[in-house]
Design a protein around this ligand. Structure first.
Ligand SMILES: [Fe+2]
Ligand SMILES: [Fe+2]
Length: 278
């Protein structure tokens, strides 16, 4: 998959509506919101990296790519569900979701190296998520979109990992500090962002539009839709990527144990949520 793809590289005319299932569609709508919301992260990271012009340049390019992920997924969702309108759904998402550190402009993880570990965690998650969709969806257009996005997410990971390597010698985060940032960012995956995106895209925009937001329900419903895409190889890769900036190699015993544990955990969650294979 090449760098710098555009929406014109997607074979939209091969869209196969009979291969779309509702659960995938709902997960894609929610993901489109979060991807399209990259401008806030760009502004935030620009403040964190003030003075490092080369990094700011890379962050802007990164933001353009994330926004394009949102645009591609939104267009696919509108094709798959002609009643769906991305713009008003996105406006609802913006209205209801604004994390505190975007407003304050303070570095949420106390430094550039820590910030980069957190970004590595996010890109590990997105790269494995889109790899899973690419490998599992039977719908040919979504497959191509997910392949392009996954390739971008792996590159994003490298960008942030290299920035981590650049700043770590100055900031010298200890092993425990690095581990704390990684675990903290993983825990945030359970916060409002995805749950609220799911709400704005699927509940507030649907026939149940009067229903109030409930984080636990939305988080559960979102997870139920996405867990089916993960296979052991996706989880293993994500764990290796997350633990690398913490200082644990792919071959280390801890990494291998963590990857097995996470796989069990995801399977158990999937079972309890009644997630079915795609
Ligand atoms: Fe993305
Ligand atoms: Fe990304």
């Amino acid at each position: 998959m090449k760098e710098g793809w555009t929406l014109d590289d997607i074979p939209w005319d091969q869209f196969a509506p009979e291969r779309v299932d509702r659960q995938t569609l709902e997960a894609v709508k929610a993901a489109a919101m979060v991807e399209f919301n990259a401008a806030d992260y760009v502004a935030y990271l620009e403040r964190v990296f003030a003075g490092d012009e080369a990094m700011i340049e890379s962050i802007r390019r990164w933001g353009v790519e994330e926004t394009q992920h949102g645009r591609a997924l939104a267009r696919w969702a509108e094709m798959a569900d002609p009643a769906f309108r991305f713009d008003p759904a996105f406006a609802r998402f913006r209205e209801g979701y604004r994390p505190a550190h975007f407003e304050s402009g303070e570095a949420a993880r106390g430094g550039r190296a820590g910030e980069m570990i957190a970004r590595c965690v996010v890109e590990s998650g997105t790269s494995s998520f889109y790899s899973g969709i690419r490998d599992e969806t039977p719908e040919p257009v979504l497959k191509v979109i997910a392949a392009h996005i996954a390739a971008d997410e792996f590159r994003h990971y490298r960008l942030f990992y290299e920035a981590f390597l650049k700043y770590q010698p100055e900031e010298r985060l200890s092993f425990l500090e690095r581990a704390r940032v990684a675990v903290g960012r993983l825990a945030e995956a359970e916060d409002d962002e995805l749950a609220y995106a799911f709400y704005a895209a699927n509940i507030a925009s649907g026939t149940d539009s009067g229903e109030p937001y409930d984080r636990d329900t939305c988080s559960r419903e979102y997870n139920r839709r996405v867990l089916r895409f993960y296979r052991p190889q996706h989880v293993k890769k994500a764990v290796q990527m997350i633990l690398k900036p913490v200082g644990l190699s792919a071959q280390s015993r801890i990494t291998r144990a963590a990857s097995r544990l996470l796989w069990w955990e995801l399977q158990a969650r999937g079972r309890s949520l009644g997630a079915r294979a795609a």
